[in-house]
Design a protein around this ligand. Structure first.
Ligand code: PEP
Ligand code: MN
Length: 344
């Protein structure tokens, strides 16, 4: 059970609610967000009736939630969460497109890519400065220098930037540059990192772990939400199966499933989801048809020279062609593709 406090609730209203819950032997989990304070009732909720809490001063509403994920559930919030950043909305009626290289490699290549994806209609620039590589001998990213290059690209193009944060100790540094913090598949259950981004004021793009169930993924989102950060978007990026022709198996059934279970926006990454640039356009259209709120696509001006994930990266003309194919699909389900840039 969850108690949502009114915006204007006083400190002693909150204390009254906590006392009432603890008085019957239950525990409390407090989540103090910018909008509302939320009191989670932890324990056997049969010991208390929602009506007993609803009448207390300062209480906006009491919700009984059957799923293990509470704040992430559709029962907690009926409407899809809309994350508005600089006039650009993720989770609204338009589909948001995030595109860019796997990794920031150097200033010129990044700026060339940023201009290219901006011209083709993207709203958000992706690019990793801290790279989680399977091999310690592979390119690990430029670190803070990469973040500075991303910030320069934002300055020039007006694109928002999304970039991965790998460790809890870097959340503050990455937040200084990024508009959206990406949590990678390998870190989906890194609870100290989730805890840290839960305390941050930056929206979070939470990738699904490559071997994670939908419920584990939503529970990871719950960590961030319960930490007080309510701006979370989920990103399906493929799960590991026995199939060898693709890098991962893109689970598009997760899109309508998660959208029925949760109010959080869902983004699809067809690049890591397939590992093959030739499959990316079709899977992007399919993702939009399935109801995705956004796409995260890897683009590189010269994929054959890319320092990471070249085989799954589209060229700039390839990305332009993808963008042209998205609009009719979005329209067929009464949506649109967001306009280029985010200057609102
Ligand atoms: C990435 O987006 O570059 C990335 C490393 O993705 P994932 O965490 O999904 O593997
Ligand atoms: Mn990549």
């Amino acid at each position: 059970m969850i108690v949502v406090m009114r915006k204007d609730a006083e400190k002693n209203d909150l204390e009254g609610v906590i006392e009432r819950i603890e008085g019957v032997g239950l525990d409390v989990h407090l989540s103090e967000g910018v909008e509302h304070t939320i009191v989670g009732v932890v324990g056997d909720v049969r010991h208390i009736r929602p009506e007993d809490l609803q009448v207390l001063p300062g209480v906006l509403r009491v919700v009984r939630i059957m799923h293990p994920f509470k704040l992430a559930s559709r029962e907690f919030q009926g409407e899809t969460t809309e994350i508005v950043l600089n006039g650009c909305s993720i989770g609204g009626s338009a589909v948001t497109v995030m595109a860019g290289p796997c990794a920031v490699e150097d200033r010129e290549t990044l700026l060339e890519t940023a201009r290219g994806v901006r011209a083709a209609g993207a709203q958000v620039l992706r690019g990793g400065a801290f790279k989680p590589r399977t091999s310690p001998y592979s390119f690990q990213g430029l670190g803070e220098e990469g973040l500075q290059i991303m910030a320069e690209a934002r300055e020039e193009t007006g694109l928002l930037i999304v970039t991965e944060v790998l460790s809890p100790g870097d959340v503050e540094l990455v937040s200084g540059y990024a508009d959206i913090l990406q949590i990678g598949a390998r870190n989906m259950q890194n609870y100290s990192l989730l805890h840290e981004v839960g305390a941050s004021d930056r929206p979070v793009l939470l990738k699904r772990g490559m071997m994670s169930s939908v419920e584990e993924w939503l529970m990871a989102a719950e960590y961030v939400l319960s930490g007080g950060n309510h701006r979370v978007m989920l990103c399906e990026r493929g799960i590991r199966t026995f199939e060898g022709y693709t890098r991962n198996t893109l689970d598009l059934s997760a899109v309508p499933l998660v959208k029925s279970l949760s109010h959080l926006p869902v983004v699809v990454d067809p690049s890591h989801g397939t590992g093959r640039s030739d499959l990316v356009p079709a899977m992007s259209r399919a993702a939009v048809a399935a109801g995705a709120d956004g796409l995260l696509v890897e683009v590189h001006p010269r994929p054959e020279k890319a320092l990471s994930d070249g085989p799954q990266s589209l060229t700039i003309p390839g990305f332009e062609a993808l963008m042209e194919g998205l609009d009719p699909v979005a329209r067929s389900i009464d949506r649109s593709v967001a306009v280029a840039g985010c200057t609102g």
